[in-house]
Design a binder for this molecule. Structure first.
Ligand SMILES: Cc1cc2nc3c(=O)[nH]c(=O)nc-3n(C[C@H](O)[C@H](O)[C@H](O)COP(=O)(O)O)c2cc1C
Length: 181
């Protein structure tokens, strides 16, 4: 797919088929995340945990449900992962201690965008789930179960899978205000 078309095609997907994404596609998507632009070449300060087991997905979903009930009571139908068969948790080592403020957060954003664009290129949908980072961060048992090193801080999740609903119309639109001189 042409790059511009892939960029326009990527849109947050909030309803997934149960069908798992192919292993080869997942490996390429993760590699795409791994070669993202990276301030200070701090590749070793980020970590990606892949969740595909029903049990772990269920625990993450329940955790999101508990946090949602506190922060946004009444929101959601209980299926917070929206049926996504694969979830990637991106974590960073001491993200607030970097001498260049915000660097690890910016790096993790670059990783996220590469992951989502690589997925879109393969016809695989994605969405960032910001709340999932807090859930795993505050559940040391689940964090350990997911293989996230103790000293890393989970930041967010990216759900991956095939879209189950109708894709919205996609256009290249200017959403952010621009000033020019
Ligand atoms: C840091 C971040 C956190 C997000 N968290 C959530 C989330 O928790 N739940 C969700 O449904 N979408 C989440 N999104 C997706 C945004 O809502 C979405 O990207 C935005 O509405 C633009 O729509 P588009 O991705 O379809 O272009 C998040 C996106 C980012 C970058």
């Amino acid at each position: 797919m042409e790059t511009m078309k892939t960029i326009v095609t990527r849109r947050s997907v909030r309803s997934y088929k149960t069908e798992q994404i192919p292993e080869e596609a997942l490996n390429e998507i993760l590699a795409a995340g791994s070669i993202a632009a990276m301030g200070m070449k701090a590749y070793d300060r980020l970590h990606m945990a892949v969740i595909q087991s029903e049990e772990a997905l269920g625990k993450l979903n329940e955790g999101i449900g508990r946090l949602m009930a506190k922060v946004m009571p009444g929101r959601g139908n209980g299926n917070f992962l929206m049926g996504a068969p694969t979830v990637v948790i991106v974590s960073a080592l001491d993200p607030d201690k970097c001498p260049m403020k915000g660097m690890h957060y910016i790096n993790s954003g670059c990783v996220a965008e590469n992951i989502m664009l690589a997925a879109a290129d393969k016809g695989i949908g994605s969405v960032v789930l910001g709340i999932a980072g807090d859930v795993v961060k505050n559940d040391s048992g689940l964090k350990k179960e997911l293989g996230i090193p103790e000293e890393f801080t989970p930041l967010f999740a990216i759900a991956l899978g095939y879209r189950a609903d109708e894709a919205p119309e996609k256009t290249l639109e200017q959403r952010i205000t621009v000033s020019r001189v």
